[in-house]
Design a protein around this ligand. Sequence first.
Ligand code: MD5
Ligand code: FE
Length: 203
Amino acid sequence: WQEPLAEGAVILRRRARDDADALLAAIQEIAGQNPFAHRITPSGHRMSVAMTNCGDLGWSTDSRGYQYTEQDNASGHKWPPMPALFRTLAQQTAQEAGFSGFNPDACLINRYEPGAKLTLHQDKDEKDLRQPIVSVSLGLPAVFQFGGFERSDATQRVLLEHGDIVVWGGPSRLRYHGILPLKPGIHPAAGAFRFNLTFRRAH
Ligand code: MD5
Ligand code: FE
């Protein structure tokens, strides 16, 4: 079912549940080629979230900044292609949320272990901010923080669970957001982790 969060932001609860095992298997395959890595931010911090990507472009960070690249600096390889299942799910759910014609060229794959978190930030490294971001949560549940347009604005907390999809577009595309430290647990399909796929139109 669809639950509006704010203008432009829609939660499709459990929308990916039937595809979850196939999505997790594809993530393992991608990580076999381009392993999850804890990247170092420009300010010198090691991210607690481990990341890899698939698609024509991948997001990463290093001492030079945040960027989308065709190559994985950690492995020296190109990113693996975006599986057809990923692209179809992202396009269909964007359409269901009212964003037709979404064609992602990048899929960032985040892996959270217990304690891993993402501090409040905005996603603004993409060229066309009129394009939405589609996010798919798998594995352990996490508390998502949904804020306003200034870092200091009040935040709402939303629990994101296995199979939940959120489409972030319109005015919600530039809201501050984050993930609180992951609580330890074992998920039957994903083990001790939370995975999050974000589909983006980077260029
Ligand atoms: C996650 N990932 O659960 C989240 C899901 C990231 C990231 O934040 O940058 O990898 S994406 C949540 C999102 C994206 C774009 C806009 C908004 C939220 N928003 O306006 O709240 O690992
Ligand atoms: Fe983000």
